[in-house]
Design a protein around this ligand. Structure first.
Ligand code: SAM
Length: 329
């Protein structure tokens, strides 16, 4: 079995392979010697892929093209996961992971599980001894996510529970370091999320909401429940457009102007008579190029707003408070 937590060298029957054709074109394949995968670059027999090393450039059986056989990672899985819902993409995933201070050993609460795109990255971050409790009220989605986590060697790290967290809450107290809510109405889950935090530690929460009205309601609820440092971010990807511009020396620039002037004179002379034009001086070599980059002013690609807040521990006495402040320093 292929695990998302370690790398193996050779592809075996039953393994997951990410067939990489280009950044925009990848497909997950589970190796079965009876199957053949066809795409516009040809026919690829699974039996030819079994026994190859992950990373191999695989020619098609009928010689029309090739693809790469990649080992799965959470990043690649996010590209190929069957979309049972809207999912989180890498820009948001990496930002949230950093801002929630997640690391090996962290205990996290997530809802809803959706297609499990974020859960895969979370599991890799908290391994080997952390835990993810993820809640999804849609039975089929919860079942499919559980199956994916088992197939991907993550089931020891993830507990999936099928429940409506608005109505039933999370049923967890004094346990988690961080909470992530990708729900239509996160404010209905904040009271229960608050109880799930380790009560004697500082914790972090993030609500992922596409509309600003949802952000406003989430902020109001976080504030009401005593969360502090409430901040909102939006993660947008801006492409850098790279161009080359020629860099002329003064000599070449003068020569270029002369060429242009000569061309103009030649045209004038040709117009006046049919006589031959004088030979123009030429720039002997192309000037060296300088690479410059330009950022388009408008950044597209809104996914959701990320609202972060901090849970403050419940402390009994002044000594404990001073200890916590020292811990922060
Ligand atoms: N973050 C996920 C990912 O990266 O794949 C996608 C989450 S999806 C946008 C939101 C999920 O929340 C849906 O699958 C939905 O069924 C679930 N959901 C909505 N309301 C819920 C509730 N009250 N309790 C539990 N899950 C809920």
């Amino acid at each position: 079995m292929t695990s998302f937590l370690s790398y193996k060298t050779y592809i075996e029957e039953g393994d997951l392979v990410i067939a990489y054709i280009s950044r925009e074109n990848m497909t997950p394949l589970i190796m079965d010697p009876k199957l053949t995968y066809n795409n516009k670059f040809g026919t690829f027999r699974h039996s030819d892929m079994i026994g190859k090393e992950y990373g191999t450039k695989m020619p098609s059986h009928n010689g029309r093209g090739f693809m790469y056989l990649l080992h799965p990672t959470p990043e690649l899985w996010t590209h190929v996961v069957p979309h049972r819902t809207q999912i989180l993409y890498i820009a948001d995933i990496s930002f949230i992971t950093t801002y929630l201070d997640l690391k090996p050993g962290s205990i996290i609460l997530e809802s809803g599980t959706g297609s499990g795109s974020f859960s895969h990255s979370l599991a890799r971050t908290i391994a080997p001894n952390g835990h993810l409790y993820t809640f999804e009220y849609h039975e089929e989605r919860a079942k499919a996510a559980k199956q994916d986590f088992e197939r991907h060697g993550l089931s020891d790290l993830i507990t999936v529970e099928c429940r409506d967290v608005y109505k039933e809450g999370f049923g967890i107290t004094d346990l988690v370091h961080a909470v992530f809510l990708d729900l239509p109405a996160p404010w209905d889950a904040i009271a229960s999320a608050k109880a799930a935090f380790k009560q004697k530690r500082i914790g972090k929460i993030c609500c992922f909401s596409p509309c600003i009205e949802q952000v406003q309601r989430a902020c109001a609820s976080l504030n009401e429940h005593g969360f502090v440092e409430i901040k909102m971010f939006e993660c947008l990807i801006r492409n850098q457009e790279v161009h080359t511009i020629p860099v002329y020396t003064v000599k070449d620039a003068v020569s270029k102007i002369k060429v242009q002037q000569d061309k103009k004179r030649k045209r004038n002379e040709e117009e006046a008579s049919d006589s031959k034009a004088a030979k123009s001086p030429r720039i002997k070599q192309d000037p060296p190029n300088l690479y410059v980059s330009k950022t388009p002013t408008e950044a597209k690609g809104h996914t959701s707003y990320l609202t972060f807040a901090t849970f403050l521990p419940v402390l009994d006495d002044e000594v404990e408070i001073i200890d916590k402040v020292n811990e922060l320093d």
